[in-house]
Design a binder for this molecule. Sequence first.
Ligand code: IPD
Ligand code: CA
Ligand code: CA
Length: 263
Amino acid sequence: MMTLYKTIAVEAARKAGALILKHSTLEKKLHFKGEINIVTDVDKLSEKIIFKTIQNRFPDHNLLSEESAPICNPQSGFKWIIDPIDGTTNYAHNFPFYCVSIGLEISGIVRLGVIYNPVIDELFYAEKGKGAFVNGRKIRVSSCDNLNHAMLATGFPYTIRDHPEPHFKLFQTFCLNTLAVRRAGSAALDLCYTACGRFDGFWESNLHPWDVAAAQLILTEAGGRISDYSGKQYSIYGTRILATNGLIHAKMLKTIKKAYAKK
Ligand code: IPD
Ligand code: CA
Ligand code: CA
């Protein structure tokens, strides 16, 4: 049965990705959900095509997606967790770093994750217990064990104007203690890039389940480690994520602890 879920998730991600790419050079209609939080008409079209693809096959499954109210059926243990475009600000500005994210939670556990970056036709996929892949090739996290030599990724929440200090404090600390820090604007791709060794670690706060559901499974299936900022068990419904190749996890935790202690 997992094969069918995978087929549908991949079909939905590819269909949405093609549509996103087709509209990428056209003028987009922007709507401000918050002061610096935008959504385009294409986010909504992408969501529509994903919903249609899933609902045609599984009409009674639950859907949790960024741009719509949740569709709830308490009788079903299946929940599709969807970000129709992760990296909307990038997309609206023709900055080519964005993706479609589709995760499937079964009885409270994410068992399937598909992330599709239509710009470079890269499809990341993982099934719980079966490893992680990009375009069919098995992936693994990096082997960097020295924080000084690590390239990290992060992002900032749309609420940054309200409480900038803790975000900048951590950003500064990691900039001063690593090789480099990237802030590219798609948490789902940041996690996939950590999963395949392009980044060595990633941290961010205030993300939502649709940003992380699929990608955190891809990361752990690629051999990565994931926790909250204090090293405790991570939940996609939690607010803080630290995801690494495992080898620099303890060092990043220590750095985070120090940065918060200095507040
Ligand atoms: C955003 C991106 C970004 C992260 C933001 C997210 P969106 O998602 O993942 O990298 O820093 O916190 O909300 O709005 O483009 O789907
Ligand atoms: Ca997102
Ligand atoms: Ca989004």
